[in-house]
Design a protein around this ligand. Structure first.
Ligand SMILES: [Zn+2]
Length: 57
């Protein structure tokens, strides 16, 4: 059984609007890929571009 705990999707920084790739956990938490501390502007809140992450991207 393969682990599949999240989905990769796109989001934008709520502060500067920069587009980033994020992992969405089962609980809905968005974690920027490659940027553990959030956006390079210092913000750590992101708005997902879609409510349901694509599973076929
Ligand atoms: Zn930002």
């Amino acid at each position: 059984m393969a682990l599949h705990t999240g989905s990769k999707t796109a989001a934008v920084c709520e502060d500067c609007g920069k587009a980033v790739a994020v992992w969405v956990s089962d609980d809905g938490t968005a974690s920027p890929i490659g940027q553990r501390r959030g956006c390079s502007c210092g913000n750590d809140s992101f708005r997902l571009l879609s409510d349901r992450p694509s599973q076929s991207a």
